[in-house]
Design a protein around this ligand. Structure first.
Ligand code: NAP
Length: 541
């Protein structure tokens, strides 16, 4: 729900452009608009920059993309001076990197921290936005760019009684910057998605006891992380442009591309040996560089999940627990698969219990723990690894009003409506970077072309004395049809996941991202720009 918008300080600060969100995409947008010579600021709700790498500071948080494909590529000097320590760097290193970029490129004074935006209202006469923050500050800006992140509105279980719980609790997406001590404590973790799978092994090694509340198991594969030696770093640096080109050709914006071969054409032994190689390969190789038909054909997918089920059985000592950890409701890759490091072995420890909420319903939180319909779990500390109101959740938290006072929330009532994932009809001069109906995958590679187009569009407008850019509902309809054509018929379409908003009770099931892949997305955007900003309409005040 939008927060209060009642405070109105005397003098709004006037700007050319305002970026909302200090994550990897917002920082890049700030850099580009500053470079263009605009009077620009960035508003960030947190006390530091980093976005997901600021908020998700839970132990175990790390990349699932290769570190050197995740950062920025706009500066040779930056590429020279920054060396990642691991193939998949941990959260503290990524947060340090983003802070380094902010300082290195003179952006620190342009970033205003602890400024949560509560409302944005368009003035159709002046072609300007009035943006208000929870602190009561007001900004007037011609251009508003939201870089809110697709996974930034934390989601809690709709279970009563948390206010009665007298112990400590934390959400992985709101982790404190002081150390959380698990030593000797009785801990419960709710959720076994990517975040849960990363934090659970860390807690298990330290706590007195751990109860993992699992609603749906996931297909987790080993991260197979390793340090980057100085020799490897030199090799990466020498091939960095080649690596970047590879990310541009990959649907996910990563180093990986699906194979062209069909797994079903292969002899079962040969197929198994191939799956084994992928299982032992680093990162998301299994998900992103597998046989093409694994994502499209049920039997090809079943051959892989049979293989993965055997892996789980071989790693978990108790056969009943192993069976509970094997997903039955979805195939591999229908949801983003968590990467793990010793996750399955956690269930071989004496201090760990797996509670399936499919078999045992959580009824409420109590002063001393968690009550299910079978028993009470006494705990000192609860960790919510229960995910996010994805993609549109961060927009729901801001009262955004466009032409005629129309609310963005109403315009999106039946699901998000955008053109190119970047603008919505009736909300001129508001650009979205990393918003709905655009590619996800390796996020900085996905949002980079959007930032570049926003920057080019603003430059075009300033050169031509234009003060307003908007898109039509017809352009939105065309984009929505294109977005839907990319997901219909895939195996992904049939799974319940945050990409469809399925994890938010009561939310209409609509695909929230763009499944057509980054190369196609970039082509679509380039076509629109090269044909004179097709779908956009410009005017001057
Ligand atoms: P998530 O994938 O949505 O997982 C949330 C977990 O909480 C699920 O297991 C969910 O069960 C469970 N849950 C939700 N409500 C519950 C309830 N009331 N009772 C019991 N369990 C409940 O969220 P996430 O793990 O934070 O990850 C979200 C996304 O962030 C990932 O898919 C990934 O894209 C990204 N991420 C990436 C990394 C990385 O490796 N770089 C790390 C963390 C996150 P259901 O499955 O039944 O809904």
């Amino acid at each position: 729900m939008p927060e209060s918008t009642q405070q109105t300080p005397a003098t709004p600060q006037r700007l050319d452009a305002l970026v909302v969100g200090g994550g990897i995409s917002g920082i890049y947008q700030l850099y580009r608009l500053k470079e263009l010579g605009l009077d620009v600021r960035l508003l960030e709700a947190g006390s530091g920059v980093g976005g997901v790498w600021y908020w998700n500071r839970y132990p175990g948080a790390r990349f699932d993309s290769e570190s050197y494909t995740y950062g920025y590529f706009f500066s040779e000097e930056l590429l020279d001076e920054w060396q990642w320590s691991e193939e998949y760097a941990g959260q503290p290193e990524t947060e340090r990197y983003l802070n380094h970029v902010v300082d290195r490129f003179g952006m620190r004074d342009l970033v205003l921290l602890e400024q949560r935006v509560t409302s944005a209202v368009y003035d159709e006469e002046a072609h300007e936005w009035t943006v208000t923050t929870a602190a009561g500050d007001v900004f007037r800006t011609r251009f508003l760019v939201t870089a809110l992140g697709i996974l930034s509105a934390p989601q809690f279980p709709r279970v009563p009684g948390l206010e009665d719980f007298t112990g400590e609790w934390h959400h992985t997406g709101l982790w404190p910057d002081t150390e959380v001590d698990f030593t000797g404590k009785r801990v419960a973790v709710l959720g076994t998605g990517s975040s849960g799978v990363q934090i659970i092994p860390f807690i298990a090694e330290r706590c007195a006891s751990l109860a993992v509340f699992q609603r749906t198991p996931n297909w987790c594969t080993p991260i197979n992380n390793s340090p980057i030696t100085p020799e490897r770093a030199r090799d990466i640096r020498s091939r960095i442009r080649e690596i970047y080109e590879a990310t541009q050709l990959s649907p996910s914006g990563s180093m990986h591309r699906p194979m062209t071969e069909s797994s079903l054409d292969m002899d079962p032994e040969e197929r198994r040996a191939h799956f084994d190689r992928l299982y032992n390969a680093p990162g998301l190789t299994m998900a992103l560089a597998n046989f093409r038909d694994v994502a499209l054909d049920k039997s090809a997918n079943a051959a892989l999940t049979d293989f993965l089920s055997e892996k789980i059985r071989s790693r978990v000592a108790d056969p009943q627990i192993a069976e509970r950890l094997i997903p039955r409701d979805h195939g591999f890759g229908q949801k983003r698969p968590p990467l793990e490091n010793g996750y399955y072995e956690v269930y071989n420890r004496d201090n760990v219990t797996l509670v399936s909420t499919a078999e045992e319903t959580i009824e409420r939180f109590t002063p001393t723990g968690i009550q299910t319909d079978r028993q009470h779990y006494d705990v000192d500390l609860i960790v919510f690894a229960t995910g996010f109101a994805a993609v549109v959740g961060s927009y729901d938290r801001i009262d955004i009003r466009g032409v005629g006072g129309a609310r963005l929330a109403d315009h999106w009532a039946a699901g998000p409506r955008t053109y190119l994932g970047m603008q919505s009809a009736g909300f001129p001069n508001l650009f979205m970077v990393g918003g709905p109906q655009s590619t996800a995958g390796n996020i900085p590679r996905a949002t980079e072309p959007q930032v570049d187009v926003v920057t080019a569009c603003i430059a075009h407008m300033r050169e031509n004395g234009l003060t307003e850019v908007t898109v039509t509902e017809a352009a939105e309809d065309e984009w929505i049809e294109h977005v839907n054509s990319g997901i219909v018929g895939t195996l992904q379409e049939t799974a319940e996941s945050w990409a469809f908003g399925s994890n938010v009770p009561g939310r209409q099931r609509v695909y929230l991202l763009y499944a057509g892949g980054l190369p196609q997305y970039r082509r679509k955007v380039a076509e629109a720009v090269e044909s004179g900003y097709r779908g956009f309409a410009f005017s001057a005040a």
